[in-house]
Design a protein around this ligand. Structure first.
Ligand code: F6R
Length: 366
């Protein structure tokens, strides 16, 4: 059942190239520039006329929502707000007629997300679901939706659900962008081509496994760990930290790299490992200077970089190379070594990887 892997989590990490392919199977025709998602097609006017998109989710799905915020704003030029379902539902949220709500949930059973959907519907919003489990409560409660088609995710720590959610949300953003004419045609085609190459590049990112395992053995006893990223990779920093916390029981925090100087930098000393997500992207020079700030305070740097990088390599204690892609798609690659890092550390600490203490696969309590 684990297909030769020691744990479901590792199996699911390795399934990602195929899971992502399954997410776009039958939905894209790259040479013709076609993206087709039935749920989006049926409601295209609603998306095109949206004054705002409100994304509601919890945990890792909320992190996918944050990545989608950057993507929707860039591709479709629609303002996006990303809300924890639990916070959204218990306040008195302002919902306007042209707001579109997107609910993201792997299980489709998360109680807070379900309740937030009901509230949004009561207030007249159109609610679109992004779920993995077919026929789940959330898929039934939403007006329309699209499945990620990641296949069953058994490990409690979410891995392939996250990357397939981002893939699906990227397809949605591309479709809506095209309908609105929000990005130049050439860029649209380039993103589609890049997206089609992602499974192959995820495969390459998985080949960092042994290097990541070595790094894991060096830091497995660290009591704390920081994760930093900027732009599209800020949510990846949050997700990397969540993975480490939940399966290794190491205290970890994700931060936007530029926020370091507003407080967290006080934590840095020679015992603090800092994972920096630093692919070659916009504001690369800024992240290089963030790394310098940490090095000058003796922090240990584990950097995720683009193949061929030299500047970060010269500064970092360890680098993990991933293939090059466009900024917007980079989270699909930078996430991979972070999943592996938390996995190996958890195994080395004898933690129950697939069933971490105090956690359940679907959180049906409020
Ligand atoms: C973390 C994790 C949780 C879930 C969260 C939402 O690895 O699995 O944070 O992401 O409980 O679950 P879904 O997506 O099923 O609504």
């Amino acid at each position: 059942e684990k297909g030769g892997f020691d744990h479901f989590m590792l199996k699911e990490i390795y399934e990602q190239p195929n899971a992502i392919k399954d997410t776009f199977r039958g939905r894209i025709r790259v040479s013709e520039g076609i993206v087709k998602l039935a749920g989006v097609e049926d409601n295209l006017q609603k998306f095109m006329n949206a004054d705002r998109i409100i994304i509601i989710a919890c945990g890792t799905s909320w992190h996918a929502g944050l990545v989608a915020e950057y993507i929707f704003e860039e591709f479709a030029r629609i303002p996006v707000e990303v809300e924890y379902a639990s916070e959204f539902r218990y306040r008195n949220p302002v919902i306007r007629p042209n707001d579109v709500v997107i609910a993201i949930s792997q299980s489709g059973e998360t109680a807070d997300t379900l309740a937030a959907i009901k509230l949004a519907k009561e207030r007249g919003a159109f609610v679109f679901g992004v779920c993995n489990v077919v026929g789940s409560s959330i898929s039934r409660e939403t007006h329309s939706g699209a499945y990620t088609h990641a296949g069953p995710e058994i490990g409690v720590a979410s891995t392939k659900a996250f990357t397939t959610q981002i893939t699906l949300l990227t397809l949605m953003a591309l479709r809506i962008s095209r309908a609105k004419g929000a990005m130049p045609r050439a860029d649209y085609f380039r993103y589609l081509q890049e997206l089609e190459m992602i499974p192959e590049k995820v495969e390459q990112a998985l080949q960092t496994n042994l290097e990541v395992q070595t790094i894991a053995s060096i830091y497995k006893d660290a009591p704390n760990c920081l994760y930093l990223g900027r732009g599209y990779n800020f949510p990846v920093a949050l997700e990397g930290a969540l993975k480490l916390k939940e399966i290794s029981y190491i205290h970890a925090e994700g931060y936007p790299a530029a926020e370091m100087k507003h407080g967290p930098i006080a934590l840095i000393d020679e015992r603090m490992p800092v994972v920096v997500i630093a692919p070659k992207q916009e504001h690369y020079d800024k992240i290089v200077s963030n790394i310098q700030e940490i090095k000058s305070r003796s922090g240990k740097i584990i950097a995720i970089v683009t193949k061929g990088d030299t500047q970060v390599k010269a500064l970092a204690d360890h680098v993990i190379e991933i293939p090059e892609t466009s900024d917007a798609l980079s989270p699909l690659l930078t996430t991979i070594p972070l999943q592996l890092l938390s996995y190996h550390i958890a195994v080395m600490r004898n933690c129950n990887v697939d069933q971490p203490r105090n956690l359940a696969k679907s959180v049906t309590v409020e």
